[in-house]
Ligand binder design. Structure first.
Ligand code: GLN
Length: 454
């Protein structure tokens, strides 16, 4: 299927950056042999999976969508990838993404655009457009994404698939190339809520290699998905975030959202509207915190340690000249833009006004969520204000592109889990519904999501 639809780069889906034909076949055969020998294999043994190219894979190229890492082959597996191997999943290859996960369309990949399988002239979302498009084009039944401000949920929304950003710390970040360490979280992507839960159960859990990993049991997400599939939400209280629908959201998106609320009521849930007043500042705070952390995390790409090294011509070339030439050639425009923004926001004299203020807003957003979850079990909103727009439409207008992240970003600032799942079509294109739950209550996403799916 990948061979049939993924290429060529200029016109195919282009969800994959690298396909490990031989390695995947060898592993699949091994699992068949193990099964024939009577091995006790888990429920996902033998199932193929695509992995976002931001996670390190031992012996397989890992670029994070950047020229900076072209040709780099990691010497180790990310813990998530290790967990996939341990559970017998078959890694097919690495999926396309915006450079270092910065973007909402996958157009910032250094290796060409991914196209939305619903309409190849449109964006597949981002930064994990490859992982979402691979599902929608039936190139893989499961994929892994990463979500720093929506990069699992928004691509899921615009491709009609399911994606979950788990609670911060629920899935190990070891081997996840860092964008903004306090916001980054890897998570499961699939075409149904139950498939997503099965994958969630495989990748979540404490990892001593990640100091922010939560040392606690993983909630029973698979059980919750099965419970929800009964379609009964009696006793569940669903909160509608007043600030995250209505104005600024396309009419077709609002219509599908309101139908979803009707379905919740029909399933026996109580639906109430709530205000989270500080959420309107989340987007601005995120676009200071993210570049600040990114500018620090990306400083390691200096032409000395990983991947690309550009040495200028001539005599007496200094280390600084190599760094400058490497970064000029290796980073794309969006990465440069955010490094400059972050370096500025963190600089002496501006730190308190920008980074410090953004951190205070972050605390207020967290408090809004804590108060809201004192009242309701889950919160819901549209995942994104629009359906998939055309490739190129917002590429030269970064602020317009950032604005599309308004509904997904608050969950990352608060460290809470979020799901996007299909809520029908608007003018033939998928609309996503977002469900949010308190920290470490990821199971609620699956119960409520499965009920809506039924
Ligand atoms: N679109 C958001 C951004 O550009 C989200 C990125 C992400 O979650 N990795 O920052």
């Amino acid at each position: 299927r990948i061979d049939a639809v993924d290429g060529p780069v200029q016109s195919g889906v282009h969800a994959f950056l690298h396909v490990d034909h031989e390695g995947a076949l060898a592993r699949a055969r091994q699992i068949d042999a193990d099964r024939a020998a009577g091995a006790d294999l888990g429920p996902l043994a033998g199932v193929p999976i695509g992995v976002k190219d931001v996670l390190t894979t031992k012996g397989l190229p890992t670029t994070a969508g950047s020229r900076m890492l072209e040709g780099w082959v990691p010497p180790y597996d990310a813990t998530v990838v290790r967990s996939l191997h341990d559970a017998g999943l078959v890694v097919l290859g690495k999926t396309n993404m915006d450079e270092f996960a910065m973007g909402s369309t996958t157009e910032h990949s250094a290796y060409g655009d991914t196209r939305n399988p619903w309409d190849p002239t449109r964006i597949p979302g981002g930064s994990g457009g490859g992982s979402a498009a691979a599902l929608a084009a039936f190139e893989a039944p499961l994929t892994i994404g990463s979500d720093t401000g929506g990069s699992i949920r928004q691509p899921a929304a615009v491709t009609g698939t399911v994606g979950v950003k788990p609670t911060y710390g629920a899935v190990s970040r070891y081997g996840l190339i860092a964008l903004a360490s306090s916001l980054d979280q890897a998570g499961p992507c699939a075409r149904t809520v139950l498939d997503t839960a099965l994958l969630h159960a495989v990748i979540a859990g404490h990892d001593p290699l990640d100091s922010t990993s939560i040392p606690a049991d993983v909630p029973d997400v698979v059980g919750a998905a099965k419970l929800g599939a009964s379609g009964d939400l009696t006793g569940v209280k669903v909160g509608v975030v007043k600030e995250l629908s209505g104005e600024g959201y396309e009419p077709g998106v609002v219509a599908r959202f309101e139908e979803a609320l009707e379905e919740f009521r029909a399933a026996g849930a109580q639906v109430v509207e709530l205000s989270l007043p500080n959420i309107v500042h989340a987007l601005a705070a995120y676009y200071l915190i993210l570049p600040s952390e990114a500018s620090s995390n990306l400083a390691k790409f200096d032409g000395m340690r990983y991947g690309l090294r550009v040495v200028p011509e001539g005599e007496g070339v200094t280390a600084e000249a190599v760094m400058r030439a490497t970064r000029a050639a290796g980073f794309g425009d969006e990465a440069k833009r955010r490094i400059v923004l972050g370096t500025y926001a963190l600089s002496a004299g501006y730190y308190d006004a920008y980074y410090g203020s953004a951190q205070k807003v972050r605390t207020l957003v967290q408090r809004d969520f804590t108060a809201a979850f004192g009242d309701v079990d889950v919160l819901v909103s549209p995942t994104a204000p629009t359906v998939a727009y055309r490739l190129g439409e917002k590429l030269d207008d970064p602020l317009a592109m950032y604005a599309g992240d308004v509904a997904t970003i608050p969950a990352n600032l608060a460290g809470i889990p979020g799901m996007s799942l299909p809520a029908g079509l608007s003018e033939g294109l998928p609309v996503g519904l977002q469900i949010l739950a308190p920290q470490q209550a990821d199971d609620r996403l699956y119960r409520v999501g499965a009920a809506l799916e039924t």
